[in-house]
Design a protein around this ligand. Structure first.
Ligand SMILES: [Zn+2]
Length: 83
């Protein structure tokens, strides 16, 4: 699932969103869909794992991991240290 940077043209907020094809992201601040897509920034080395885990937690909260067993889900959310 690609991650994009967006800039809200309604309130000016910049944010990142994971977007499935067909989905329209909305501004987390004002719920506007008047967004500009920006080229994704390159994550600094060392932050990538943290970013990945943050996105996994978001995905889990949204139910994307519901096809995993609870123990597999726990492993996914624990990251490298837990394996
Ligand atoms: Zn906005």
């Amino acid at each position: 699932m690609p991650m994009f940077d967006y800039h809200c043209t309604a309130c000016g907020k910049a944010f990142e969103a994971l977007v499935r094809s067909g989905d329209t992201p909305v501004c987390p601040a004002c719920q506007s869909t008047a967004l500009e897509k920006c080229p994704s920034r390159i994550a600094p080395a060392g932050k990538i794992e943290a970013i990945r885990m943050a996105h996994r937690r978001v995905a889990a909260a949204q139910g994307h991991f519901d096809h995993y067993s609870p123990s597999d889900k726990a492993k996914l959310l624990k990251g490298k240290k837990g394996i």
